[in-house]
Design a protein around this ligand. Structure first.
Ligand code: BGC
Length: 446
């Protein structure tokens, strides 16, 4: 059945700085922790790195032209902190120049700039001073954010403080799969806390600018956990997994508290939660204008004695992407209903949703990514259905505009609706981009 979206619903695309920009040492940019992590043997698939990536730093006009051809209403990108502050306290106007040009070009094409302040590329200087483990990181982030607000001001319509704090804390400091690759739970929770505190601090400061129609929020990756069976053990395991990836982040932002059950689970490894100071949770839970939800898949969870928190991931019968992520649009539907019931009624943007498949250029020179079209269509249908039920989802950002550096997987996973030939930097619209173009024009999901 064909369904229609509202005229003002935003159809966007998303990327992040380190994954696409390249120009790793240009115009005064200093290294980030990802520059270093990528060069550390064994961390990234085949030693790939973001030195050149999609060369977007030099090709941004061409890329905006592509977006304009597709007809997107908004572009979500992130700002590289070490371009703006290559040293502690040292502002680099040259680095800012790039984002000014980018934002102007977007606005001239009627594409709403949507800027993320932190998509994981922490300046190396900040890391060397303790990074997010050091409570002063909140001050460093504030200085950076204020400068960006001052310079770009209300030419950016949607601001996102942090992208997926779960990844920049737990994946980076406990699981060790993301930069800087530590494996220590106490560190991970301290980092998560300081990141959330920096979010609240910056939202508070943002209000002082009195921008007329610019809004601010945070983007959380919310992967729901489903128990693998009806057994008491699996249900309990799924609840811990839910605390690990969802509640540890939604609760402080919307309830000014960390979940008690998780504090108990973590307590044994962490000791005192003394990195949480008086007043922090009030600041973290300051009112935002919207919530950004990044959704890709669900996790099927079973009890496991061999894992630290007694849960592990397993798989059901759903089809999977090349990330091995199950395709379950219904779980997005239920997730949004849950957020509405348990957390907030504020506007939601789906700030990321998409899928990696083994795309290839066919003999006809095109990329026939039917599976991606199917994935995007099914998720968008759920969103329209949710809106019909009053969910107030204001927009959707497909991840990603183009194939890019998929973190520890290097360039081996392709999420784009635009194909990148990394040898020639040629861009080819995949069938999904052509499908998206048609959808945006007609606003009808078949
Ligand atoms: C991140 C992106 C990433 C995507 C696919 C999200 O976790 O924000 O940077 O490429 O998922 O893994």
């Amino acid at each position: 059945m064909a369904i229609k979206t509202k005229e003002n619903f935003i159809f966007g695309v998303a990327t992040s700085s380190y994954q696409i920009e390249g120009a790793a040492a240009e115009d005064g940019k200093s290294p980030s922790i990802w520059d270093v992590f990528c060069k550390t043997p064994g961390k990234i698939y085949e030693g790939h790195n973001g030195d050149i990536a999609c060369d977007h730093y030099h090709r941004y006009k061409e890329d905006i032209k592509l977006m304009s051809d597709i007809g997107v209403n908004a572009y979500r990108f992130s700002i590289s902190w070490p371009r703006i502050f290559p040293e502690n306290g040292k502002y680099n106007p040259k680095g800012m120049e790039f984002y000014k040009k980018l934002v102007n070009e977007l606005n001239s094409k009627g594409i709403k700039p949507t800027a993320t302040l932190y998509h994981w590329d922490l300046p190396l200087w900040a890391y060397e001073m303790g990074g997010w483990l050091n409570r002063d990181s909140v001050k460093w982030f504030k200085e950076y954010a204020l400068k960006v607000f001052e310079e770009l001001n209300d030419s950016v319509k949607l601001w996102i403080t942090h992208n997926e704090p779960l990844c920049s804390s737990i994946y980076s400091y406990y699981e060790g799969v993301h930069a800087p690759g530590h494996k220590n739970l106490r560190e991970a929770l301290t980092v998560a806390h300081h990141i959330l505190l920096s979010h609240g601090t910056v939202v508070e400061d943002f209000r002082k600018f009195n921008f007329r129609d610019s809004k601010i929020g945070i983007a959380l990756n919310l992967t729901p956990s489903y128990p693998a069976s009806n057994s008491k053990e699996d249900i309990e395991a799924a609840s811990i997994s839910d605390g690990y990836s969802i509640r540890w982040f939604l609760d402080p932002v919307f309830r000014a508290s960390y979940p008690e059950d998780m504090k108990e689970v973590y307590g044994e490894f962490v000791g005192e939660f003394d990195f949480i100071k008086d007043g922090d949770l009030e600041k973290i839970s300051i009112k935002n204008d919207f919530l950004g939800v990044n959704y890709y898949s669900r996790d099927l969870i079973e009890f496991s004695q061999d894992s630290e928190f007694n849960f592990r991931k397993t798989y059901g019968n759903f089809e999977r992407t090349t990330m091995d992520w199950e395709i379950v649009p219904e779980a997005l539907y239920k997730l949004i209903l849950r957020i509405r019931k348990e957390y907030t009624r504020m506007p939601i943007y789906i700030t990321e949703n998409g899928a990696a498949f083994n795309d290839e250029v066919s003999k006809d020179g095109k990329v026939h990514d039917d599976k991606r079209i199917d994935y995007l269509r099914k998720h968008l249908k759920k969103i329209v259905k949710l809106n019909e039920q009053g969910a107030d989802i204001r927009g959707y950002f497909a991840w990603s505009l183009m194939d890019n550096l998929e973190w520890q997987n290097g360039y081996s996973k392709r999420f784009g609706i635009v194909f990148i030939d990394y040898q020639t930097q040629e861009r080819i619209l995949k069938d999904s981009a052509i499908w998206y173009k048609d959808l945006i024009k007609k606003r009808i999901i078949e």
